[in-house]
Each structure stands twice: as structure tokens, then as C-alpha cells.
Design a binder for this molecule. Structure first.
Ligand SMILES: [Zn+2]
Length: 345
């Protein structure tokens, strides 16, 4: 198990921007053997973490007990992959792909969606941004460097490549690219299976019996690894981009909505691509006049959005599903086609 003096496993996960997820390993001991030789596991990522090595067992009464054999075992550099991150050639984005694109003006609809969250219905609530509650926008830093770690498939690289390409036109002020070295990573995406050990010790939301995902921002934290936040994606079925698309949307500032057939909307109709509403909201969040933590009212003023239009959505949130401006619909259609093509390959 990964270890860091004075930290719980849940803290360690945040301290390490999620890199600790990869270091939970449990193997069965052969109790018929008098001596048992354990190979020190190699690091799955270049992120360096010490290990606690423990033996645990379950008695005939069903109670478990555990003894730590070695605390804070430091592995030498040869136990880790090299710090350079190699990006496969199919993952290199073409940032001119959607150019020219004429960006529609920000709307009250986008503003509402960017500053509140629903539990996938028409009841929209305040959000938490940097430990404060309110109708706030959550905007990532203007520079993001992404890395994929763990059981990464070629299609995962392609999913992120596709979003880097679309962000080049919907969020042109955002500098997002692949990290070339572990030291550059500010948004690691961890792809791993949820094991009982992870579920018990580090992350109760890591679901051992189906797909799950999470995004955790790391606002102003004084962590071991600085960065914007981290994504965990577990057991996403082959040919499905839903979970990664949804969590990446959170990392770009999106909240849950009650709008069907969008990436951030209700799970039973959730799109595996950014639909018009998702795109419109991403664009508003990444407008250069917007800073993270701004309120709905401040943004309304900064972007010259009509107050009565915002009030209209407050009075009748069901109208948030109204169809956005046509460039968003057209872009959403392109991404839907891309999503379908990626599944049919
Ligand atoms: Zn979510």
C-alpha cells in the first residue's frame, strides 16, 4: 500500500493527485510455505511513493487483522518507469480541425448551467467552489497539461485528443495539451480497476462491480503534487466514452444538469460526447472575461447578459433544455458522429 507519514489514504489520494491509486496491491500468501518471498512491486507510474508492506488475514471468527512488516519502504529509481511520457501518434491533436469557427455570444442559458448544479432534474442548486457555496463558476487554470496513467487504451488517448481539438475553438484561450514529462502534469487521468482494497481504504466511490468515475479539483491545496485536479475512470466498457467524457467535462468546469441527451445530464440518456448544451457552457466558462469563483451576477454584468433572461430560467428551469444557438447544435452533431464512428470501428 502507498504511504506518506501522517496521511490517511483518502488524503494521500489528494496529496498525490490520484497517483496513489496505482499502488494498492494485494496478493494471496501460500500458507503451506514456511518462508514467502515477496517481490517489491514496480511503480505503475513515474510518480514516486513509498510503500507499507503488510500481512493481513481473516480468522475463523471472520475478524480480520493486519500487521505492517515494513513501513515507508522507499523504492530505488529502477522500480519506476521513466519520467518522460510518450504520446502515441494517433493521439496528437489537430487543433485546426474545427477552424474557422464563429463563436456565438454567451447566453443566460449557458450562464445558468455554468453556475449551478442539479441532481439530474430541474431542481438546480448552489455549487461548492474552493470551499464556498453559491452560484459560482468553476474555471480551471488557463494552462492544463494532461497525462493518462494506468490501464490506458488507445481509445482513451483518442477521446482526450478529440476534446483538445474541440477546445481549440470553443475555449481558444485555454492552453491545454499533453504533458511530456511527469513533472508537467496538472490534470492526470487515472484508468484503473476498482479493487476491494481501494474501495475499503482509499475511495468508497470506487465501485468494484461496474463502471465509475470521479473528478476531484485540488483548489489552493498545499499538496505533494500541485495541479488542477485528477480524474479516476474505472471499468469503462470498451467502445464507451461516456465516463471519461463526463469526468473530463467536470474538469473543464461543467456541473450536472437535468438536460437529456447531454454529457452532463441524466445517466439514462447521457451522451458519450459533448452535446450543444455542454459546448455552450464550456465556452462561457472559458470566456477570457471570466475568472474562477465569480458569481452568476458578476458574470451577467461582465458578459452583458440580460438579467430578465437569467430570471426566466430561474422561474422555469425546464426551459434550460431549449435548443441553443445553431453553431453549438452543429458542433454537437459533429461530436455525436465522431462518437458513433469511434464505437463502430
Ligand atoms: Zn458527474
Amino acid at each position: 500500500m502507498p504511504s506518506l507519514v501522517g496521511q490517511t489514504h483518502s488524503n494521500l489520494k489528494n496529496q498525490s493527485l490520484g497517483f496513489s491509486y496505482h499502488e494498492y496491491i494485494r496478493t494471496k500468501l501460500d500458507i503451506n510455505k514456511e518462508t514467502y518471498v515477496v517481490n517489491i512491486p514496480a511503480g505503475k507510474t513515474p510518480f514516486k511513493l513509498d510503500l507499507n508492506i503488510a500481512v493481513s488475514g481473516k480468522g475463523s471468527d471472520g475478524n480480520s487483522c493486519s500487521t505492517t512488516i515494513t513501513e515507508q519502504f522507499t523504492r530505488s529509481d529502477d522500480f519506476y518507469p521513466i519520467a518522460e511520457l510518450s504520446i502515441p501518434s494517433n493521439a496528437i491533436p489537430n487543433t485546426d480541425k474545427y477552424k474557422p469557427f464563429s463563436m456565438p455570444s454567451p447566453t443566460a442559458q449557458g450562464l445558468f448551467l455554468a453556475t449551478s448544479q442539479s441532481n439530474y432534474d430541474d431542481n438546480y442548486q448552489k455549487v461548492f467552489v474552493n470551499n464556498s457555496e453559491g452560484y459560482f463558476v468553476r474555471k480551471p487554470p488557463s494552462t492544463i497539461r494532461v497525462g493518462l496513467f494506468g490501464d490506458v487504451k488507445s481509445e482513451d488517448y483518442e477521446t482526450i485528443r478529440d476534446y483538445i481539438e474541440v477546445l481549440a475553438v470553443v475555449a481558444p484561450d485555454l492552453d491545454i495539451a499533453w504533458a511530456n514529462n511527469i513533472s508537467e502534469v496538472t490534470l492526470p487521468i487515472h484508468l484503473l480497476s476498482c479493487t476491494e482494497l481501494i474501495n475499503e481504504t482509499a475511495d468508497q466511490y470506487c465501485n468494484t462491480s461496474g463502471p465509475s468515475g470521479s473528478f476531484s479539483d485540488q483548489w489552493g491545496s498545499n499538496n505533494l503534487a500541485p495541479g488542477w485536479g485528477f480524474i479516476r475512470i474505472s471499468d469503462q466498457p470498451y467502445g464507451s466514452r461516456h465516463t471519461l467524457t463526463h469526468e473530463f467535462g467536470h474538469a473543464m468546469g461543467l456541473w450536472h444538469s437535468g438536460i437529456d441527451n447531454t454529457s452532463m445530464g441524466p445517466p439514462n440518456t447521457q451522451a458519450g460526447y459533448w452535446a450543444a448544451h455542454d459546448l455552450m457552457s464550456v465556452a462561457l466558462i472559458h470566456n477570457p472575461l471570466i475568472t474562477s469563483g465569480q458569481t452568476r451576477e458578476e458574470i451577467q454584468t461582465a458578459l452583458n447578459i440580460q438579467g430578465d433572461e437569467v430570471q426566466g430560467f430561474i422561474n422555469n428551469p425546464a426551459t434550460l433544455s431549449n435548443i441553443p444557438d445553431s453553431p453549438w447544435v452543429e458542433m454537437g452533431e459533429k461530436l455525436k458522429k465522431q462518437f458513433n464512428d469511434s464505437r463502430n470501428r
